[in-house]
Unconditional design. Structure first.
Length: 161
């Protein structure tokens, strides 16, 4: 699962969440290489022809577009959510793409974990409510992972360290 519970210090539990990556950076390099080879394969018959120079910018543009799209996907997926649970504080920090950061803090005794089966932007939308705000948690997780995480969060919040 793309989340992990750790024990930062005595009495402080940390939950780290991140989006699932189906294509690692090394796989992206392989994919781009194979794509370039398949796009360049038909151009082999045009070697020595002036037509090749007319097609070459379009072939390079297609390879660049695939690279740019994959690179943008990697940057947008650099999300890490960290939930720190101590006996007196529940603190959620979301490190988003391009350096964006959002913080939320509440008393864990009053934090409510809610799993919205319908009505949210995704099925089984998971939120934490406390200190007058409601924040989402793990919107990038699958439905099953959010259901499991909701149970784990309820257990962690009901058993303060």
């Amino acid at each position: 699962m793309p989340y992990e519970w750790t024990q930062a210090q005595t009495g402080i539990a940390e939950l780290h969440l991140w989006p699932y990556r189906s294509l690692p950076r090394r796989g992206m390099v392989w994919f781009l290489g194979i794509t370039a080879a398949f796009l360049g394969l038909p151009a082999i018959v045009l070697v020595g022809s002036p037509v090749l120079w007319g097609l070459l910018p379009f072939l390079l543009g297609a390879i660049w577009a695939v690279w740019a799209a994959l690179n943008r996907s990697f940057r947008d997926g650099e999300i890490v959510e960290v939930l720190r649970l101590s006996p007196d504080t529940a603190q959620l920090t979301r490190h988003g793409p391009r350096g964006r950061r959002a913080d939320w803090q509440a008393n864990p005794h009053w934090v409510q974990v809610t799993l919205h089966a319908t009505g949210g932007p995704v099925p089984n939308y998971l939120t934490l409510r406390g200190a007058g705000r409601e924040v989402e948690l793990g919107a990038f997780l699958t439905e099953g992972e959010r259901i499991t995480l909701e149970r784990e969060l309820r257990r962690a919040l009901s058993n303060p360290q």
